[in-house]
Design a protein around this ligand. Structure first.
Ligand SMILES: [Zn+2]
Length: 75
């Protein structure tokens, strides 16, 4: 008997707004992404293993950075 288990990360877009990118400096849509990581058994996600993390992804250059707390409230 064997088990197939692991961690699965899932990204979900929770909002976007137009702002200036800190990386490329362009004014473009900044997408707020929520990433959750869950423990999975036989490819079925069971429970989260760490708190959800939020990223801001620039649609111009594609770079991502951690979202500040105030950005989560305004999104
Ligand atoms: Zn950018």
């Amino acid at each position: 008997m064997f088990f197939i288990f692991g961690l699965r990360s899932k990204d979900k877009i929770v909002g976007s707004r137009v702002g200036q990118c800190e990386v490329c400096g362009a004014v473009a849509a900044q997408t707020l992404v929520r990433r959750t990581t869950k423990f999975s058994l036989f490819f079925v996600p069971l429970f989260p293993v760490r708190p959800a993390r939020h990223f801001v992804v620039c649609t111009n250059c594609g770079r991502s950075r951690y979202a500040a707390r105030e950005e989560l409230i305004s999104a």
